[in-house]
Design a protein around this ligand. Structure first.
Ligand SMILES: *Cc1c(COP(=O)(O)O)cnc(C)c1O
Length: 433
């Protein structure tokens, strides 16, 4: 399979370049030249397949030309070490729980697949693949966990000293092995500037096989389409779901569109946002107006210029009418989100995080305006990741911290302190890598 840039169909690269480079030099996004489909054999029996079999079929459709089956099977198996169960609140109101991974958010699926695919693609390179990542908290944790113990890879995380929460810091610094943390005496922006300086130094970047494992890497989207299919098969036969996706950069929703293109029967998609509502506004008016993001309690969705929007446009042939016929949008305030967290707890005894709560509101409103439809709302993170909001709405300590996160508290932090000087950082890389 060849891949092209959304900015220039003539800039075409192979799988390794699309994945390791992550972003085309023209600032577009990589897309496969053709979007694969799965045949009627698959769709007539998909309800009987398990999560791994679905993952393997989808991964083969995308990467089977370039990656032999046994390697792909290892990548899929290593990715899907946890389930994505559907929890039903009512016969027409379902929640797809995507937080059963090691860092308690859906990003574990994409990051784990990307780590394993990158390791395979670089297996014959002279140097280990080195992922450089600057983090203000969560992203670094998901990337570190995904690459932890993956042979042929190592991760260097830069985080701002004193500016991440205690448990977040443990997620970055307590894994050991192939994960190294640099505690930078500066801000998140300083960390980002350091990472950028290393990529700009061509010699350093090529000699040490540096990659960014960027969040818009195509290899993160494909595994996210696995769970749309896995969710649909958990509903009663004949039910065509409406998927409701709490969205920020719209990677998760784009993965749903890939699943639809593969042939999954989907009734409709609903893009649910907080007051950063650039896409719902576009769906209503046809006018796309990116703008600075505004802070909310569902902060992983505080995005004013969603990076995957151009992929969504490409999938719909750049037609607003076509996109609108498949996706509706709605946005909600923090007050509405807080009320939803309380209501879902009171009515169903279910604890939902602020991102999932935004989705649930959009699902409720969609069902009200489209009677007879069945919604699956993606619950993108475990509520224990947002203790301030959950404690305020449900009472202090009501949400339990899953053990896989809680055990980190007792682990030892190991981090190398470093200043914000570029020369010191490059020197450290050359001396250490
Ligand atoms: C990243 C994230 C989102 C937004 O997902 P996109 O793919 O960027 O739209 C939603 N909820 C949580 C908890 C996240 O971490």
């Amino acid at each position: 399979m060849r891949y092209h840039s959304t900015n220039n169909p003539n800039h075409r690269v192979d799988l390794k370049e699309a994945i390791i480079r992550s972003l085309p030099p023209d600032n577009g996004l990589y897309m496969p030249d053709t979007l694969p489909t799965l045949g009627s054999d698959f769709w007539s029996s998909f309800r009987t397949l398990d999560f791994h079999e679905i993952g393997m079929a989808v991964a083969s459709a995308f990467f089977g030309e370039d990656v032999p089956s046994p390697a792909l099977r290892d990548i899929v198996t290593g990715t899907l070490e946890f389930d994505a169960p559907v929890h039903s609140l009512a016969p027409d109101d379902h929640i797809l729980e995507l937080f059963h991974g090691p860092t308690l958010a859906f990003k574990d699926f994409g990051a784990r697949f990307m780590a394993r695919l990158m390791a395979w693609l670089t297996r014959h390179d002279d140097h280990l693949l080195t992922v450089l990542v600057a983090t203000s908290g969560d992203t670094g944790g998901a990337v570190a966990s995904a690459f932890h113990n993956v042979p042929g890879t190592r991760v260097v995380i830069l985080y701002p000293q004193g500016k991440v929460s205690g448990l977040q810091e443990k997620q970055l610094t307590a894994l050991g092995g192939n994960i190294t943390a640099l505690e930078i005496d500066g801000s998140f922006d300083d960390c980002q500037a350091l990472v950028k300086s290393a990529f700009l130094d061509r010699e350093l970047s090529e000699q040490y096989n540096l990659t960014s494992a960027n969040s818009i890497n195509l290899s993160r989207l494909v595994p996210q389409s696995f769970y749309y299919i896995h969710a649909a098969r958990q509903l009663d036969e004949g039910t065509k779901p409406v998927f409701v996706i709490p969205s920020g950069n719209f990677g998760n929703l784009t993965a749903g569109l890939l699943a639809m293109k593969l042939g999954l029967p989907v009734e409709h998609f609903v893009a649910a946002t907080n007051r950063n509502d650039v896409v719902p506004e576009y769906l209503q008016t046809g006018d796309y107006q990116p703008r600075p993001s505004q802070p909310t309690i569902s902060n992983a969705m505080d995005v004013g210029a969603p990076s995957n929007f151009v992929r969504m446009q490409a999938i719909f042939g750049n037609s607003w009418e076509t996109m609108k016929s498949h996706i509706s949008g709605s946005s909600y305030s923090d007050d509405e989100t807080r009320a939803a967290i309380r209501e879902i707890n009171a009515r169903f005894g279910y604890q939902i995080d602020p991102h999932g709560a935004v989705g649930w509101l959009a699902a409720r409103d969609f069902r009200a305006s489209h009677p007879g439809t069945t919604t699956i709302t993606l619950e993108t993170a475990h509520p224990s990741k947002f203790p301030d909001v959950m404690d305020a709405e449900l009472g202090a300590g009501k949400v339990e911290i899953p053990e896989r996160l809680a055990i980190l508290a007792d682990r030892e932090k190991v981090a190398t302190p470093l200043g914000i000087g570029t020369r010191d950082f490059h020197h450290w890389l050359r001396a250490t890598l």
